[in-house]
Design a binder for this molecule. Structure first.
Ligand SMILES: [Zn+2]
Length: 423
């Protein structure tokens, strides 16, 4: 009875869902540098202000925060008529650069064949819109709910989340005494519950040499040749070992169910000449060479072990090269996070997926990280998942889109989740 009423409230909001998603896409919240964060928060405040209490939170002093590009976040809260638990939907409002290859206007929000196109359509303005429609439909159908519903739209997820969820978590917004269930509508697909993500370690490795004239390289010491030895050791020893590390985490796609490492960049010797420079380079032996590595690790590994592997590798190279000197500099690290399959939010969303889609939920883990890391580590809140419409492969791609039917189904799952937890 109640369920039917909630579902029909969602069905009646199809046009509203489309318009909302289009409006959100049309506000180009590009990050970097962090454009239009205030505009999107103002838009959401106007939309939610009649039903929700609105709070604007600027992450003063966070990386990238300035008077030109202030890091604005929005929190909307609706209290029920009695005490109870708080369900929080958290979406990031920033989007990544457009890139090349688009055949649609990346900020046009075009609707075509049931798909809405634009940068951020699936990652994750479609998910934000679905959660708003879910909350509005639930409140209309069941105004006497207990507990509270929160919707946040947060900054900078695409650049680490420090001016967004991390900032709020540090100020207690995700304290388990305040919020009991968190759903992050990232585009993992409407029938999947994402329990967490792998860990990350970014580091810069530098080899050192000695500059000399390129016609007499024996008088110098090439940092590039030293780095070549490092890369060779990675190919022959490290990569085969990483492929052998397999995780019990249900990471998708399958290839990410192992430890992986990307080498993001190599820079050695003279700086690249400026564009348009027509002169020749100077003949010099490279006195330094740097690479940046992006190592993704598993819940079965510790960050200490991951770092020790690289140090051991560098020491092996050093043992074979008398003048070899190196530095390793930590850039960024994230611990893996995985919510228990029996956690209340997981069980509830799984039940709602069965009701709406008539199938069992699939449990997955994301290959890359998202804001769950801050809710888990800083907020100390373990009852957190990612669940939302859209196909992850489309994120950050040209002609990104989100399906209207997928958003509708996800909104139904979210609304039935609210019913289960708040009635
Ligand atoms: Zn995202």
């Amino acid at each position: 009875m109640t369920e039917a009423r909630i579902l029909s409230e969602i069905t009646a909001r199809r046009d509203s869902l489309i318009a909302l998603t289009q409006d959100l896409i049309r506000i180009p919240t590009l990050n970097p540098p962090g454009r239009n964060y205030r505009e999107i928060c103002d838009y959401l405040a106007a939309r939610l202000g009649t039903e929700f209490k609105i709070e604007f939170i600027r992450a003063h002093g966070a990386p990238g925060d300035s008077e030109t590009y202030p890091r604005w976040n929005l929190l909307a809260r609706r209290d029920g008529t009695a005490a109870g638990e708080c369900v929080h939907f958290n979406s990031h409002h920033d989007v990544v650069e457009v890139g090349h290859g688009w055949t649609r206007d990346p900020f046009g929000g075009e609707l075509h064949d049931g798909k809405i196109y634009g940068r951020g359509a699936c990652d994750m303005k479609g998910g934000l819109a679905a959660s708003i429609i879910a909350a509005e439909a639930f409140i209309a159908a069941c105004p006497d709910f207990k507990g509270a519903i929160e919707i946040s739209a947060t900054a900078d997820e695409e650049s680490g989340g420090f001016g967004g969820v991390a900032y709020m978590a540090e100020r207690g917004y995700f304290d388990p005494a305040r919020v009991q269930h968190v759903i992050i509508p990232e585009p993992l697909h409407k029938d999947r519950i994402c329990l967490g993500h792998r860990g990350v370690w970014w580091a810069e490795i530098e080899t050192k040499g000695r500059i000399a004239h390129g016609s007499m390289p024996f008088l110098g010491d090439s940092a590039i040749r030293h780095m070549g030895a490092v890369l060779h050791e990675m190919e022959t020893a490290l990569y085969p070992m990483l492929t052998g590390k397999y995780t019990a985490m249900p990471v998708i796609p399958e290839g990410a169910r192992q430890s992986t490492m990307n080498i993001n960049s190599v820079h050695g010797g003279e700086a690249e000449p400026e564009e348009g420079y027509t002169g020749l380079p100077a003949p010099c032996v490279a006195d330094r060479c740097r690479i940046i590595i992006d190592r993704r690790f598993l819940i079965e590994e510790s960050i200490g072990d991951v770092k020790d592997e690289i140090t051991a590798l560098m020491e092996r190279v050093k043992a074979q090269r008398p003048t070899f000197q190196y530095d390793i500099r930590d850039l960024f690290e994230v611990q893996p996070s995985m919510t228990d399959k029996d956690a209340p939010v997981v069980r509830t969303v799984a039940g709602a997926i069965e009701k709406v889609l008539g199938k069992h939920a699939e449990y997955v883990v994301s290959p890359g990280t998202y804001d769950q890391k801050h809710i888990d580590r800083i907020g100390k809140l373990k009852n957190c998942i990612a669940y939302g419409p859209g196909v992850l492969d489309l994120a950050h791609q040209p002609d990104e889109w989100v399906g209207v039917d997928d958003m509708m189904d996800s909104a139904k799952v979210m609304a039935l989740t609210l019913k289960e937890l708040l009635l």
